[in-house]
Design a protein. Structure first.
Length: 638
C-alpha cells in the first residue's frame, strides 16, 4: 500500500513562500509515487486543512513553517520540523527522511490534541527568538485589554476629575460605571500578560497557572514587569513538572493535565511569585522617603529622578512611589512636585503615539491603532497605554521613555509650574499655573522619546530583514477575500501581453525597474501618480525583499495611486544585481503586481499562483528561454 504523508507550510509575513514549499513538496512526492496532502498557513489563513482521519492515516508529518502551526495534533506521529525555506530547497531530502529514517514518535506518551494553541518550538529557533515569541504572545493578548480599559477610563474623566467619586459634587453615575469597568479591564492587564506568556511555554496548564501568578503579581503591586516574570516563571514551572512526570502511566495523562499540573504548578509558581513580590513593599516605602527628600533639590536632579521612576514601570511600584509621594506632598500644599510627576506620567503614552506616526510602516496595524489611542490615554494621565510597547522590547523602549519623561519633568520644574490635582492629564489644564508651557514641556519630552523609539523600531526591522534567510515575497496587506475562482483563472485574468516587455536594455537596477513600470503604468492609465507607485514599491521592499531564486523577483505595490489591478512582466538583458534574492543570484525576470488600495484584494491568490508556477522547472526554463512577448505569455499562461 502507498504510504501517505502530510505536511504543513507557513511563512510569517507573506504567502508566496508558503505555496512554493507546498508545490515543492507535492512535486517531490509525486516523483517518488508518494501520496501527500499539504496544509498551508498564509495570509488567507489555514487552507487545505488536515482532518483527524488524515492525520491518523499519515505515515509521517513534515512541518516546513516559520510561524505558529498546531503541532500537538501530530503527537505520536513521525515528525520533521524545518524552516519554510528548507521545504522549498530540499523537499526530496525531507521526504526521504520521513520514509527512511528511524524517527522517534513526536512527544511520545503525551496526549494528542485536536485543537491546540501551541506556539511553534522549532529546533532551529534560537533561544532568544523563542523568548521573544513567548513574550509577544502575552503582549498581543494584552493590547486590546489596555485599549478597552484605557479608553473607558479616559472617557469617564471627561465628566470631571472627581466624577467617579460618590459624595463628590462632580459625581456622575454614568461616569462612575465607565470608571469601574475601565479599572476592572486595566486590572486584568497584568494577569493576561502573564497568562499568555505562560500559555506559549506550557500550553493550557501554563495558561491557568499564569493567570493566577499574574493576579498575585498585580495584587502585590509589581506592575507589568512582575507580570512578565510571573508569566515566564509559570510556563517553565509547568515544563519542569511535565518533565518530572513523564514516567507516569499514559492512563494518567488526563489527570495530569487537569489536576496535577495546575495544582502543583500554581502552588510552586505562586509561592515563588509571592516571595519575589514581598520585598517590593519595603523597597517601595524606602523609595518614597528618598523621593520626598529630593523635593528641594535642583530642578535637573529632581526631574531626572522623577522622570526615570515614572517611566520605569508605568504604574508599577517604582512609578507608584513617585506618584504617591507627589499626592502626599499635595496635602502639604506642594503643587510644584506633582507638576513634574504628572508630566513624567503623561509623556510615555504620547511618546508611543509619536513613534507610530514617525515609523508607521514598521508597526503592525494593531500596534498603530494602539499608538493612536495612546494620544487619548496620555492626555488623560493613563500611563499604562505605553506598556504594550515597553513590554515588546523593554531593554530599549523603557530607557527611551525614561529620557522623554525626564525631559518633561525637568522642564516643568525649571519653569516652576504648579499642578494642584493628582490626576486628570490635560483635563485639569484650567487649574494648572501655566497650562500652555506645561503642555509644551510634556510634548517636548514625548517627541524626543517618540523619535528614539521610532528610530529603534526602524533599525530593528531593517536588521531583521537583512538577517532573515527566508525572505518573504508577499506583503502584510489586509486579509484577502476568499474567492471561488481558481488561482490560475485569477492570475490569468491579470495577464496581458501588452504588459510584457522582453530584452529590455534600459534597466540595470531595482530602482530603474520601478521607474520603468511606473512610466508604463502611467502611460496606460493604470496609475495616477508615478512617484506614489515608486514609493509604494520601496515601502514594500523595506518590509522584506521580494527577490526570489533562480533569477526571479515578484515586486508588488498597493497604493491609492493604482486605479486598476495590473500584472507586468519584464525580462532584462542586463541582470539586476542589487536585488536581495533567496539564492543570492541576480534578477533577470520581474513579475510585477499593482493593487488598488481599496480594490479587489485577490492579489494574494495571484501571488500564490505565480509562486507555485516558479517551482515548476518546465515553466522556469520556458521563461528563461523566451525571446518574445508571446513566448513569455504562453509560459505564464500554461
Amino acid at each position: 500500500m502507498t504510504k501517505k504523508i502530510i505536511a504543513a507550510t507557513g511563512c510569517p509575513t507573506g504567502i508566496a513562500h508558503t505555496f512554493m514549499a507546498k508545490k515543492a513538496l507535492e512535486d517531490a512526492a509525486k516523483k517518488k509515487g508518494i501520496s501527500i496532502k499539504v496544509e498551508t498557513h498564509g495570509q488567507v489563513g489555514v487552507e487545505n486543512a488536515l482532518t483527524e482521519q488524515e492525520i491518523d492515516e499519515a505515515y509521517g508529518v513534515i512541518i516546513a513553517a516559520d510561524k505558529d502551526v498546531d503541532e500537538d495534533r501530530f503527537i505520536g506521529k513521525r515528525v520533521i520540523k524545518v524552516s519554510v525555506s528548507k521545504g522549498i530547497k530540499d523537499p526530496d531530502d525531507l521526504i526521504d527522511k520521513i520514509l527512511n529514517d528511524d524517527l522517534a514518535p513526536f512527544k511520545e506518551g503525551k496526549q494528542r490534541s485536536s485543537n491546540s494553541n501551541s506556539i511553534k518550538n522549532e529546533s532551529e529557533d534560537s533561544y532568544l527568538h523563542k523568548i521573544y515569541v513567548y513574550l509577544m504572545n502575552g503582549v498581543s493578548h494584552m493590547i486590546p485589554i489596555v485599549v478597552a480599559g484605557g479608553v473607558l477610563l479616559a472617557v469617564s474623566f471627561m465628566f470631571g476629575i472627581h466624577s467617579a467619586e460618590p459624595g463628590n459634587p462632580q459625581y456622575n453615575p454614568f461616569a462612575y460605571q465607565l470608571n469601574m469597568i475601565g479599572k476592572t479591564a486595566m486590572g486584568l492587564m497584568v494577569p493576561i500578560l502573564s497568562a499568555y506568556i505562560a500559555q506559549a511555554i506550557g500550553k493550557r496548564p501554563g495558561l491557568i497557572v499564569g493567570f493566577i501568578t499574574g493576579m498575585i503579581a498585580f495584587t502585590n503591586g509589581t506592575g507589568f514587569l512582575g507580570g512578565i516574570v510571573s508569566g515566564f516563571l509559570s510556563g517553565y514551572v509547568i515544563v519542569l513538572l511535565d518533565y518530572l512526570m513523564k514516567s507516569l502511566p499514559k492512563q494518567l495523562d488526563g489527570l495530569k493535565a487537569i489536576f496535577l499540573l495546575p495544582v502543583i504548578g500554581t502552588f510552586a509558581a505562586g509561592l515563588v511569585t509571592f516571595f519575589l513580590s514581598s520585598p517590593m513593599s519595603a523597597i517601595n516605602t524606602g523609595m518614597m522617603h528618598f523621593v520626598a527628600g529630593l523635593q528641594n533639590s535642583s530642578p535637573f536632579i529632581l526631574g531626572l529622578v522623577i522622570g526615570m521612576m515614572c517611566a520605569f514601570d508605568m504604574g508599577g511600584p517604582v512609578n507608584k512611589a513617585a506618584y504617591l509621594t507627589g499626592t502626599a506632598l499635595l496635602a502639604q500644599g506642594n503643587y510644584y512636585f506633582m507638576a513634574g510627576v504628572s508630566a513624567a506620567c503623561i509623556a510615555p503614552p504620547l511618546a508611543t503615539g509619536f513613534a507610530v506616526l514617525f515609523a508607521k510602516k514598521y508597526y503592525s496595524t494593531e500596534e498603530r491603532n494602539a499608538g493612536y489611542v495612546n494620544f487619548l490615554l496620555g492626555s488623560t494621565h493613563i500611563t499604562e497605554g505605553a506598556i504594550p510597547f515597553a513590554a515588546k522590547r523593554p531593554l530599549t523602549v523603557i530607557p527611551f521613555l525614561m529620557v522623554g519623561s525626564s525631559i518633561a519633568a525637568i522642564l516643568t520644574y525649571y519653569m516652576k509650574i504648579q499642578v494642584p490635582a493628582p490626576h486628570g492629564g490635560f483635563i485639569i489644564l484650567p487649574i494648572v499655573s501655566n497650562p500652555f508651557l506645561w503642555v509644551a514641556d510634556i510634548v517636548a519630552g514625548a517627541l524626543v522619546a517618540g523619535y528614539l523609539i521610532a528610530w529603534d523600531q526602524k533599525r530593528t526591522s531593517r536588521r531583521a530583514n537583512r538577517s532573515n534567510k527566508v525572505i518573504s515575497t508577499a506583503n502584510s496587506f489586509n486579509q484577502p477575500d476568499r474567492e471561488q475562482l481558481s488561482m490560475a483563472e485569477q492570475s490569468g485574468s491579470l495577464l496581458n501581453s501588452g504588459n510584457i516587455y522582453v530584452e529590455n536594455d534600459e534597466i540595470q537596477s531595482k530602482q530603474e525597474l520601478f521607474r520603468f513600470i511606473a512610466e508604463k503604468a502611467y502611460e496606460d492609465g493604470y496609475i495616477s501618480d508615478k512617484a506614489a507607485l515608486i514609493d509604494a514599491f520601496n515601502k514594500r521592499e523595506s518590509q522584506s525583499s521580494t527577490g526570489m531564486e533562480g533569477g526571479f523577483a515578484i515586486p508588488h505595490a498597493q497604493s491609492q495611486a493604482v486605479r486598476q489591478s495590473a500584472m507586468f512582466v519584464v525580462k532584462v538583458n542586463r541582470q539586476i544585481s542589487d536585488w536581495k534574492t533567496l539564492d543570492g543570484n541576480p534578477v533577470s525576470i520581474a513579475i510585477v503586481f499593482l493593487i488598488p488600495e481599496k480594490g479587489n484584494v485577490s492579489h494574494m491568490h495571484y501571488l500564490s499562483d505565480i509562486a507555485q508556477k516558479l517551482m515548476d522547472q518546465s515553466v522556469v526554463r520556458a521563461l528563461h528561454q523566451a525571446k518574445t512577448k508571446g513566448e513569455l505569455f504562453n509560459a505564464l499562461k500554461a
